[in-house]
Design a protein around this ligand. Structure first.
Ligand code: 4UU
Length: 569
């Protein structure tokens, strides 16, 4: 019995001898529409600046030349981008790829400690950072043993005293000088192994890890999605075509994260749509930009959908021109989808499901559906084969519950320098998602629960293991287990169950205010060292002992259920 789920229709043909930049800037695949003359590649939200095809190519070459001649960046070096969205973010990615080097995008809200962890793990050779984050980047670089001379800034900013170079200066120098590098052509098949990205994810267990993503993976996923949306299928009536050349899309999701990077940036550029690059999310400013640039495609995470549906300011803006709104990265309830349909009366509305380890999309609302099947995270896309593995190890029939395991040409290779974690999640070309799902006869995917440890707070991954390791360093903590509790806006937020150290137990005998002080100090310990979405917004609860199985493994589910029950009472 091999219940395998795959969408009907042809499977994609994916070139295996191109880097991502060569695929995007130098080639023309049959699934790709021609970008009409005059349709810009990108628009900068704050200034309205438009960047066209020739300018993008020149900037990519200039920066590659500058990075090579001034910083000696070459084959398999890692460049870390630590910045909110910026119009030169894609330029930095593609320039790095022209040199055969690898991009590791870091969350711009990371503290110096969090950034140092990432750049040490991936052995970054160079950091390209936003000027506002320069001090944090210098602290992190020092901690990771990287010279602060190897920090380049996306913009000038107020950086007096720092000898950093800017991306613009490197581009100018690179364009003024003859090429100092020769771009390598890949051998057939090589794109399946050559690394393009080291993107962070915690996988099914443990601390964040670097997912090793080869060039072939995002190329495959873009082609898979182009086929799913029938972007160049002539038989599709014009009025049912979802993405049309010259459309505009919002780009407010961060490009360091796989959803922003592959779907929002690369798929949209491939479809000849123009992303409007928004650096930081501010709800009302986002609405203003949607109106100002007549943005027709919205790519969002559930908290942004909650705001669209519930925030009173939404009514002040005419959103009737919006044609498509997709949400993903965490569940969207049926009720919320129904509300969204009312707020965006002329839009197709649905979900996508993706994962860093599968670079990226596994399921998405298809072009044929105006409103996605309620509760569905999307329909499997071409090239994906899925299995649903029941608790007893057998394969689930349609509608039966189990863990989703997927094979896709876009699957990553494993976790960088981490054989153990790779062995757990990447098995013979299949990726274990750690999500509990059902799939129906139409290849619609329904995410029911998460079997893995991670929490999703506002769409961001939070690894309990990371917070637990950090909390154990607090003098009043003897043992700890962190779980997510549901929250209307954030989806879920971390709550720490703490077994207090005996000194703390003694002090608490003095009365309840002492217990409150200890809880506050534990919460502060996280707030002082971790980025905001990891803070213990769900609270701190004392407990006598952490339930564990006989081999000492945390029984997280028991405490998750306890937290749920506490919330209800
Ligand atoms: C319930 O979150 C992502 C990628 C999200 C994405 C990408 C492209 C969504 C739509 C899209 O078009 O990646 P990670 O690696 O940060 O987190 C992956 C995990 C999944 O395993 C699952 O638990 O995020 C959760 N997830 C979802 N859960 C992702 N999408 C959904 C969803 N419903 N629609």
């Amino acid at each position: 019995m091999t219940e395998r789920y795959a969408p009907a229709g042809p499977v994609p043909h994916v070139p295996d001898d191109l880097t991502l930049v060569q695929f995007m800037l130098d080639s023309q695949h049959p699934t790709r529409p021609v970008r009409p003359d005059g349709v810009p590649w990108l628009i900068e939200d704050t200034t309205g600046r438009r960047v066209g095809s020739e300018e993008i190519r020149a900037r990519v070459f200039g920066l590659a030349n500058g990075l090579h001649s001034e910083f000696n960046i070459g084959e398999d070096d890692v460049v870390c981008l630590y910045s909110p969205n910026h119009i030169d973010y894609p330029v930095a990615i593609w320039a790095t790829h022209r040199l055969g080097a690898i991009i590791s995008g870091a969350n711009p809200s990371y503290t110096a400690e969090e950034l140092a962890y990432q750049i040490s793990l991936v052995k970054a050779k160079l950091l390209i950072v936003h000027p506002d984050s320069l001090q944090t980047a210098i602290t992190a670089a020092n901690a990771a043993g990287i010279s602060s001379d190897r920090i380049v800034l996306f913009d000038d900013g107020s950086t007096s005293g720092h000898r950093s170079r800017t991306v613009q200066r490197l581009i100018d120098d690179g364009l003024a000088n003859p090429p100092s590098f020769v771009e390598r052509r890949l051998k057939p098949g090589e794109a399946k192994a050559k690394l393009a990205f080291l993107s962070f994810s915690s996988g099914t267990t443990g601390r964040p890890k670097a997912v090793a993503i080869p060039h072939y993976a995002p190329i495959a996923n873009v082609i898979q999605m182009a086929m799913h949306h029938k972007i160049t299928v002539k038989s599709l009536p014009e009025d049912r075509r979802r993405f049309r050349p010259g459309d505009t899309a919002i780009l407010v999701l961060p490009m360091y994260h796989i959803y922003g990077l592959v779907v929002n940036l690369h798929l949209m550029l491939y479809a000849a749509v123009t992303p409007v690059v928004i650096p930081r999310f501010n709800y009302e400013n986002m609405l203003k930009s949607i109106v100002k640039y007549r943005i027709v495609h919205l790519f969002l995470v559930p908290p942004q959908v909650v705001l669209l549906c519930k925030h009173p300011v939404t009514k002040k803006y005419d959103l009737s021109h919006v044609k498509f709104c997709m949400a993903g990265a965490a569940p969207v309830s049926k009720e919320l989808t129904e509300d969204l349909v009312k707020i965006l009366p002329n839009a197709d509305v649905g979900q996508g499901y993706g994962m860093t380890e599968t670079c990226t999309v596994i399921a998405m609302i298809p072009t044929e559906q105006k409103i996605g099947v309620l509760g569905s995270a999307g329909q499997l896309i071409p090239g994906v084969v899925a299995r649903v593995v029941k608790e007893n190890g057998s394969l689930a029939k349609p509608g039966e519950l189990g863990e989703l395991v997927v094979k896709s040409p876009s699957n990553a290779l494993g976790y960088f320098n981490n054989i153990e974690a790779t062995k757990d999640s990447f098995i013979d070309g299949w990726v274990r998602t750690g999500d509990e799902v059902t799939i129906d006869e139409n290849a619609e995917l329904f995410v029911v629960d998460r079997l893995k440890e991670i929490m999703k707070v506002r769409g961001f991954q939070v690894a309990p293991a990371e917070l637990e390791g950090h909390l154990l360093a607090h003098p009043d903590v003897a043992d700890v287990c962190v779980v997510g509790i549901s929250d209307e806006y954030s989806g879920e937020v971390p709550l720490a169950f703490i077994v207090p150290h005996e000194n703390a137990v003694e002090r608490m005998k003095d009365g309840p205010t002492e217990a409150d002080k200890i809880k506050a100090s534990i919460a502060k310990h996280v707030a002082d060292h971790k980025t905001s979405y990891k803070h213990l917004a769900g609270g701190v609860e004392f407990i006598d002992s952490i339930p564990k199985n006989p081999s000492g493994k945390l029984l997280r589910r028991v405490l998750r259920d306890k937290a749920k029950a506490m919330k209800k009472s």
